[in-house]
Ligand binder design. Structure first.
Ligand SMILES: *[C@@H]1O[C@H](CO)[C@@H](O)[C@H](O)[C@H]1NC(C)=O
Ligand SMILES: *[C@@H]1O[C@H](CO)[C@@H](O)[C@H](O)[C@H]1NC(C)=O
Ligand SMILES: *[C@@H]1O[C@H](CO)[C@@H](O)[C@H](O)[C@H]1NC(C)=O
Ligand SMILES: *[C@@H]1O[C@H](CO)[C@@H](O)[C@H](O)[C@H]1NC(C)=O
Ligand SMILES: *[C@@H]1O[C@H](CO)[C@@H](O)[C@H](O)[C@H]1NC(C)=O
Ligand SMILES: *[C@@H]1O[C@H](CO)[C@@H](O)[C@H](O)[C@H]1NC(C)=O
Ligand SMILES: *[C@@H]1O[C@H](CO)[C@@H](O)[C@H](O)[C@H]1NC(C)=O
Ligand SMILES: *[C@@H]1O[C@H](CO)[C@@H](O)[C@H](O)[C@H]1NC(C)=O
Length: 412
């Protein structure tokens, strides 16, 4: 027992010693030029980060994080970043000169056991990393991010330029559901855009600007900002004639049919119809290649009430008479400078009589039912007549019933 206790004691003290040795052995000290005690720095200055460790023979490594990913400082190619020392000296230095936002981030120095970090927060437009968005034309909500190489992050002011005027989207009342700006630092103060129409009329450039209110030295309203773009592929849908939700459409054989494709956000780019053949190849359908099919436009399906870029256009694929061979998969496709968009419809061809079969079935059912009732009724009347005839020679209930049964059987 005493031996186990002393063993435990030794283990605990060894652990405590290790923790004491490992903690705080790496340390970053900083010198700045011009000297300032601010969290946020002006561009153009210099900063020197000196990392030391009291672990002998340990190699010091530097990494920098922009808030999303971390990379080794040696991978940074900048004439304004100079790395010195590091190999077994217990000391390594980073000299950042002519500071700019793209040199900013969290600098982490590590000797493999412990580490220390320092946030280099430079307030210029390069400290902002726009995250451009390319979405489908049908998306109803989109979130725009503007990342910051700052720790802590500053609140963002989001702006939208319409005509010659910048609108501050933070100030749009909440009941107007077009835009909302997050107040959450952890998520990075993103902008949420809500599209009220199917095709977004709100695509294009947005500005994110650091709100430097309350940051010492930056109160004079400097616009530290960048542009974030939101672009979409066109919106393609089928008009009311084709079921767009089920993606399938039934046609009746030997009758005419139209498939209406409505497109917005495609500018003047062509709308193309094609058919997927049985072997999977796409066959482009063109106007006038045969007599049974045609391609035209139906403006009745077009919403002319939108701005020019979102103007809807239609392409109608018409069948003069539908044949069995027309069944299959049809694709309506268009593009804009941001990409291709398409919709697919499965065409099913039914026989003219096919629709009638259920009805005929019901009719047949009714006829058979009527016949059964009629026959039954007739039989009942007949047996009642038999009964009346039997009455005079009545000898008891059982006898009468037997007689009735024999008469029924003999009629079969
Ligand atoms: C975050 O970093 C990953 C890789 O480290 C990169 O693929 C991704 O695009 C980055 N995200 C943003 C929003 O920049
Ligand atoms: C400092 O950086 C700015 C832009 O970041 C550049 O215009 C200028 O020439 C640089 N100055 C020196 C001395 O490298
Ligand atoms: C657009 O939608 C299609 C499916 O409809 C999807 O495969 C594609 O990834 C989407 N593209 C974007 C940019 O969201
Ligand atoms: C918000 O959306 C509605 C409906 O589309 C529109 O009438 C209104 O002008 C929009 N407001 C702003 C600030 O864009
Ligand atoms: C910037 O931040 C200050 C302080 O939080 C706030 O009062 C002000 O409204 C913000 N500016 C904008 C344009 O949102
Ligand atoms: C697929 O079928 C079409 C006709 O339906 C034909 O023109 C084409 O050559 C075929 N392709 C292959 C790879 O078999
Ligand atoms: C297709 O051809 C018909 C008849 O030649 C014509 O009226 C129609 O405008 C054409 N459609 C297109 C999209 O060119
Ligand atoms: C836009 O729509 C409204 C109502 O839906 C209609 O009264 C008006 O005439 C339309 N304007 C155009 C240019 O089509």
């Amino acid at each position: 027992m005493p031996r186990l206790n002393s063993c435990l004691l030794l283990a605990v003290s060894l652990l405590a010693f290790l923790v004491a040795v490992c903690q705080g052995t790496v340390k970053i000290t900083v010198t700045k030029d011009p000297v300032s005690g601010e969290t946020y720095l002006r561009p153009g200055g210099n900063i020197k980060l000196i990392c030391t460790t009291d672990q002998q023979g340990k190699l010091l490594r530097w990494e920098v994080s922009d808030g999303n990913s971390t990379k080794s400082v040696t991978a940074i190619d900048s004439k304004d970043l100079k790395l010195s020392g590091g190999s077994n000296e217990g000391r390594s230095e980073i000299d950042l000169s002519n500071l700019s936002g793209d040199l900013g981030g969290t600098y982490i120095c590590s000797d493999g056991i412990s580490q220390d970090s320092y946030n280099v927060n430079v307030l210029d437009s390069k400290t902002l990393i726009p995250v451009h968005v390319l979405e489908n034309g049908t998306s109803s909500t989109v979130v725009l991010h503007c990342r910051q190489r700052l720790q802590p992050k500053l609140p963002l002011i989001w702006l939208r330029n319409v005509g010659d005027k910048d609108y501050i989207l933070n100030h749009i009342p909440a009941e107007d559901k077009n835009y909302s700006v997050s107040t959450d630092e952890a998520s990075g103060y993103p902008l949420t855009i809500k599209n009220t129409r199917r095709y977004p009329s709100k695509n294009g450039a947005y500005t994110c600007r650091l709100n430097t209110t309350g940051v010492a030295g930056f109160e004079d309203g400097e616009n530290i900002q960048t542009e974030v773009t939101y672009h979409t592929t066109p919106d393609v849908r089928f008009g009311t004639e084709a079921a767009s939700a089920s993606r399938s459409k039934s046609a009746t054989k030997d009758e005419p049919l139209t498939l209406v494709c409505v497109v917005s956000g495609a500018g003047q780019n062509p709308i193309q119809w094609s058919r997927i053949s049985e072997n999977g190849t796409k066959i482009l359908l063109q106007n006038g290649t045969d007599e049974r099919h045609y391609i035209t436009r139906n403006e009745e399906f077009e919403n002319r009430n939108e701005s020019r870029e979102n103007l809807e256009r239609t392409s109608v694929l018409g069948f003069n008479t539908v044949l069995d061979e027309d069944k299959g998969t049809y694709v309506c496709e268009t593009r804009n400078e941001y990409g291709v968009a398409s919709q697919v419809v499965e065409l099913k061809v039914k026989d003219k009589l096919a629709a009638l079969w259920p009805f005929l079935g019901i009719v047949a059912e009714v006829v058979i039912l009527c016949a059964i009732i009629f026959i039954y009724e007739r039989r009942r009347n007949k047996s009642m007549v038999d009964e009346e005839e039997e009455e005079p020679m009545k000898g008891g209930d059982i006898v009468v019933r037997e007689t009735r049964e024999t008469t029924t059987r003999s009629r079969k």
